[in-house]
Design a protein around this ligand. Sequence first.
Ligand code: CU
Length: 569
Amino acid sequence: MSSQDKIYTDYFYHEVDFDKNHFRYQELHIPAGVAPAPLAVPPVLKPDKVDGNDVWFTIESQAGESQILPGHKTKTWGYNAPLLGQTLVLKTGQHVHVALKNSLPELTTYHWHGMEVPGPITDGACHAPVYPGETKNIEFTVNQPAALTWLHAHPCPSTAAQVWMGLAMGVVVTDDNEAKLPIPKSYGVDEFPIILQDRSFHEDNQLDYERDYDPMGVFGNVPMINGVVRPYVDVTTQKVRLLFLGGSNRREWRLHFDKDLVMTQIAGDDSFLAHPVKMTKLLVGPGERLQVVVDFKDYHDGDVVNLYTDDFKLISFKIHQFEPDYSVIPDTLFEPVDPVVDRDREIRYITMDEHNMMNGKQFSMSRIDLKTEVGKAEYWDVKNTNTSDQGMLHPFHIHGGHFLVISRNAHEPNPNEIGVYKDTVEVAPKETVRIKVFYPLTGIFMYHCHVIEHEDAGMMAQIQVYDPKEPDKHYHLMDMATLTKAFAEERGIKESEVWMPGMCTEGFGPEPTTSASTGASMHHEHHAMKMAMPHHEVNASSGASKHEAPKPVVTPHHEPDTSSAASHH
Ligand SMILES: [Cu+2]
C-alpha cells in the first residue's frame, strides 16, 4: 500500500486549543463593497547582475500606499513594492549578494526565516539594524534543499509592528531534485505562493497597530491573502500547487476545500516531505509553510471550488478548461539527511511559558541563553507549559538551522511533519515536542514563539553556535538603549515616549499612565507582566484611542492570577 492511499481528515490538534476559542478572538469578515479580485501573484525579483554562480539583488524596504479596501488607499510598507514584496527565487549552490536598502522612516532588519545563513548579522534579526537611508550588504551561499522560505522584518521588540505594515516576502529555493519531480512548477500559472494574513482597518482604511495591540497576539478581522481581501484564482491546469505561508502575527489558518477536496502535502517549512501526505484539513500556524497539490480533475469549466478557513470562504478557484494531467506524484519526494546525535550529548529542555517567557525568562538581547557546537545535532524537548483552559498553540521557531520532528508527548509526530526539515513547529498546551536540531553555520541565533507579539514581549532566547576553534567568539550585540534612542531620533520624539510593542525586557519605554497599550504599560514590570485581563478591562477592538483606553491590569508579582479569565503566558 502506498503512503498516498491514506487520507487524513483532521487538523492533528485539539479544537479546544485553537485560537478561535481564545479570549478576544476576532472573526474574519469582508468589509462592505469589497469585490472579488484576482489573487495577486508577487512578481519574481529581477537580479541586478548575474555572473556565473554569483547573483546580486537589491531589496529595498519602502513606504507606499495600497488599494486594499474600496475608497482610501492604505499606507503600507513592503520590499521593492508598496506592500509585501516580490518573490526572490534562489537556486541551491548559488552565491547570493544582497544590498539591503532601508528607505523607511525608521530602522528595520532583514531576517531570512528558513534560510541557513550565518548569524547574527546575515540572519538579520535584532542585532543587524539597517538605519533609514542606509544600505548594508550581505552575502551567503545557498546550501539547502528546495523550499519556500521568507524574509521579514525582525527588529525585536518591534517585529510585529513592522510585519503588520507589510514587511514580508517569499524566498523560494529551488534545486535539481525539485526540477525532476513531476509536480506543478509554473509560477503564477499552476504554482501560487499564498501568504495568509489578517489585518484590521480603521478610519480612512488605515492600519493602527498600536491601537490593535494585544500582548497575547494581534488578530486582524479582515483576511489579506497576498494583499488581497477577496481573492480568486483562475485555474487553467488540472493540478495546482499552493505554497501556503502562515504570515499572520497570531492567527492559525484551518484550511479545507468544498466537498473536502483532497490536498496532497508535498513540502513543509524547509524541504519537501520524504513522502506525500493526503489530507482534507490543513492547519497553517504563524511562521509555517506548507505546500500542497490539489487535483481539480473532477471539476469542469465554469465550476468554482472554494477554500475556507473554518467556515469562512477565503479563496475561490474558478475552473477553466484544462488539458488532462496524468502525472502521478511520486511516493518518494525527498531523502532527508537524519544526522546522528552523539551519545553523550544531553537533551535540551526548552519551555514556552505563561507571561511570554521562555525557560522562565523574558528575552534579553544581551544575554546568550545557550551555546552549542556548529554541525552537532542535538535533541531539544520543547514544552508548552500553558496550563489554563485557554492555553494556546505556540509555534516554536529557530533561526539559522532546521530540525526534524521526532515525537509529540513521546508519540509519533503528525504525519505531515515526518521526514521534512522544519524551522517552526506548533506545540499544544501541556505538550512536549522532541525535535532534532541541526545548525550548519556559526553565529548568534534567536529561537522563539512565532506568535509575533509573544516573541516581541519576551518569549524568545538566543543560542550561540560556535566553531570549536573559537568557542567564545565575541559578537557586537544590539541593546535596548541603542534601539530606543534610534527610534526616538527617527520619530522625532523623546526616548521616554518611544512605544514598541514588546519592549518589556529591559525597563525602557513610557510610563504606564501615559499609554493605554497593555504592552507599554507592562514594560517596567520586567518579569512580572500580567498578560491576561478580564474582558471588561481592556478590549483591543473597542476602538478607544490611546489616551482614552481603560487602565490595563498590571500585576507586579510573579504569581499567576488564577481568578483571571485567561492567563496564557
Ligand atoms: Cu506563543
